[in-house]
Design a protein around this ligand. Structure first.
Ligand SMILES: [Zn+2]
Length: 431
């Protein structure tokens, strides 16, 4: 904490992140923004008053939440690259790395990932954890340790990631009991190549029943593919329409649904809404890995149809997914970079309500966090404040930022620290 705690801040905030109940706060401007003065006391918002002039005021958000990351494999690209860039090659490199994974490696990667996430301004993450084969033990041991180490700064939720069929085995049921005892979620991969559909149905039914019995949420990697559009979602809906499940279910990816024609896509979105399913769209990894067809790539990347899902009433969060691992050589877990990518990829600009909530209030709701991410009197004085004073400026170039948590400034993120590579040239002053 390297600066004095502010008592008063003048900012622009998206109106959707400001108290809808406070009667003296007007609507936002055409960009959905409202200039406000915030009074801060004892780490909380003491008062919010509207300002008449917004010029040059910094644009701020409440701290984002990332509902889909993979901390156990983050930063593993350099040792296990996938230069071919296909999904199958990513899985092969991932499995090879998993065979040799150690507790200390995952502790180191996870610590780096969480420290970056915190400095970037995130307040909570849900990480999927490789939970089959040799990778399972070291990954869980390290991430449970990290969850404890970081509990006062970041909420960390853990999801066991295995093939869906694993939950039908004795080993799967034992894993589920351990995950439930640790407060985790049951996950799995459901996508092409589909096995005989009867086997897929039975595996899904077993997972849903197990989750119901244990009271564990479910978060599936579903239809991360350009093949068999939305077949996984249809299998899931069939099960739920026959036998409801009482635990919250999240569908991560849902990429091939984006390839359906408009009418069946709309009907499917309505069925998802009826079953209270949530979707986490993962545009960065989908853009890099999917849509490859040898010489003839798909003209369109398979990607969850974010706006159509929102129109049907499905809660949609946007997640960062991979950080410098075999699934994506880039990515840094920065929620502002994700927002800057997503407005183009998903046609959801941040001046619309639907372009802000997938990074803030919707993932907060998916993770069941105590604070919904709305600035109101008594809420935590937690903000991600940028150097941009308009959305266009924020989208034009990566902004600088300061992160306020419980009314105190956090240290700056990695992007604002001196670069060792440039310092090596000797022409840049080192601090
Ligand atoms: Zn994932």
């Amino acid at each position: 904490m390297n600066a004095e705690a502010p008592q008063r801040l003048r900012l622009q905030l998206p109106r959707v992140l400001l108290d809808p109940e406070q009667a003296d706060l007007p609507c936002g401007d055409a960009d959905g923004l409202l200039p406000v003065q915030l009074e801060i006391a004892a780490g909380r918002i003491a008062a919010i008053s509207p300002l008449s002039e917004s010029r040059d005021l910094p644009l701020a958000l409440t701290p984002p939440v990332d509902a889909h990351v993979h901390l156990d494999k983050a930063f593993s690209w350099s040792g296990h690259p996938n230069r071919e860039g296909s999904l199958n090659a990513a899985l092969a490199a991932n499995l090879q790395e998993g065979e040799r994974r150690s507790v200390s490696e995952v502790l180191q990667r996870g610590e780096r990932g969480l420290d970056q996430a915190w400095r970037y301004g995130l307040r909570a993450l849900r990480s999927h954890v490789d939970s089959g084969g040799a990778a399972a033990e070291p990954s869980w041991e390290a991430l449970l340790e990290l969850r404890q180490r970081w509990r006062d700064r970041l909420d960390l939720q853990l999801v066991a990631l295995v093939p869906v069929a694993h939950w039908s085995s004795a080993a799967g049921r034992q894993l589920a009991r351990r995950v439930a005892a640790a407060g985790g979620l049951l996950g799995g991969v459901l996508g092409p190549p589909y096995r005989h559909s009867r086997a897929d149905r039975a595996a899904l039914a077993a997972l849903l029943q197990l989750a119901d019995e244990l009271g564990c949420g479910v978060d599936l990697h579903i239809d991360e593919s350009g093949e068999a559009p939305a077949l996984g979602l249809r299998l899931l809906l069939e099960q739920l329409e026959r036998r409801p499940c009482s635990v919250p279910i999240t569908c991560s990816h849902a990429s091939s649904m984006g390839l359906l024609p408009a009418a069946p896509q709309r009907r499917l979105a309505e069925r998802l809404a009826q079953q209270r399913l949530a979707v986490v769209a993962l545009p960065t990894t989908n853009f890099w890995l999917l849509g490859r067809r040898g010489e003839r790539d798909l003209p369109q990347r398979p990607l969850a149809p974010l706006r159509q899902l929102q129109r049907a009433g499905v809660p949609v969060a946007v997640g960062g997914d991979n950080v410098q691992d075999p699934w994506d050589p880039g990515g840094d877990g920065d929620p502002l970079e994700l927002l800057r990518f997503t407005y183009r990829a998903c046609h959801c600009p941040p001046w619309q309500r639907q372009g802000v909530i997938p990074f803030t209030t919707v993932p907060a709701q998916l993770l069941g966090l105590a604070w919904d991410g709305i600035v109101r009197r008594g809420a935590p004085a937690d903000l991600l404040i940028t150097s941009a004073s308009s959305w266009s400026e924020l989208l034009a170039r990566p902004p600088q930022r300061r992160v306020l948590r419980a009314g105190r400034w956090l240290p700056p993120p990695p992007t604002q620290q001196p670069s060792a590579a440039l310092a090596s040239l000797g022409v840049f002053a080192t601090p």
